[in-house]
Ligand binder design. Structure first.
Ligand SMILES: [Zn+2]
Length: 265
């Protein structure tokens, strides 16, 4: 699947904006932190006359996103967002749509690098998953529920993309403007011959120790490639990183195949 360096945020079709009566508004906002009067006051202070109309209607997710990304303001209370406002408004604590400049690394608050700490990745994933999970928003407004669903689905995509070295490397390439898919083929005949002979060796090895030996040899190659990929990204040599990633893909496939053939250690 091709992923863009930045998020392409897809929204449901724009819903009909409901203009609520005062009584309806009271019910609709019963779950928000800031009372309606305060919201109107804040909007009149911070937003343009046009934007101030938002306080009298239910905002759609797409409008909330527009307010965050065009005006850098909270869609609920109109507060200017500081760098500290990642997923929640510091003022009214409403859940926020994703900022346009987020990427999978920043979304999970980990360093943008090929080398990641899996413990940190898993810990942060669980933390954000709990904080932003749609189940927490079942009693909130439709806008908050929709934002939570969108953000949660990106949190999941981010985690599963960064979890495996191959998809993580492909994503990092994309952040550097270079594209590759997991089904890319090598165009190096010598390398392809090497892979072919390795596959033959596996097919001909009829004992577990023989297969285990091939597994250990391939594991060393995969570990070495992992270091080379990380170093290439560090040295900003993106083409080299891509070449190593293509080799990694072939050897990692063989490793996974051998894993299925071997009994667990
Ligand atoms: Zn707010």
């Amino acid at each position: 699947m091709a992923l863009s360096g930045r998020f392409v945020i897809l929204f449901r079709p724009l819903r009909v904006v409901k203009v609520l009566t005062t009584a309806q508004r009271k019910t609709s906002h019963q779950n928000t932190v800031i009372p309606q009067k305060k919201i109107e006051h804040k909007f009149s202070n911070h937003l343009t006359t046009n934007a101030a109309k938002f306080s009298t209607k239910v905002l759609t997710e797409i409008e909330a996103n527009e307010i965050r990304n065009s005006q850098n303001q909270c869609w609920n209370c109109g507060q200017k967002l500081s760098l500290m406002s990642k997923n929640f408004c510091e003022n009214c604590e409403s859940i926020l749509p994703l900022a346009q400049d987020e990427n999978y690394f920043s979304l999970l608050a980990i360093k943008k690098d090929f080398r990641v700490s899996l413990n940190e990745l898993q810990f942060n994933f669980k933390k954000f998953q709990i904080l932003l999970h749609p189940d927490k928003y079942t009693l909130k407004s439709e806008t908050e529920r929709n934002i939570s669903e969108t953000v949660s689905s990106f949190i999941n995509k981010a985690y599963f993309t960064l979890l495996k070295p191959l998809s993580r490397g492909i994503y990092l390439l994309e952040l550097h403007g270079e594209y590759m898919t997991e089904d890319v083929n090598s165009d190096d005949p010598e390398f392809l011959m090497e892979i072919l002979s390795l596959n033959e060796q596996i097919a001909e090895s009829d004992s577990i120790p023989e297969k285990r030996k091939v597994f250990n040899d391939v594991k060393l190659i995969v570990d070495d490639l992992t270091i080379k990929i990380a170093e290439s990204f560090h040295g900003e040599d993106i083409q080299k990183a891509k070449q190593h990633l293509i080799s990694y893909k072939y050897y990692d496939n063989i490793l996974q195949k051998l894993k299925e053939m071997l009994p667990p250690v």
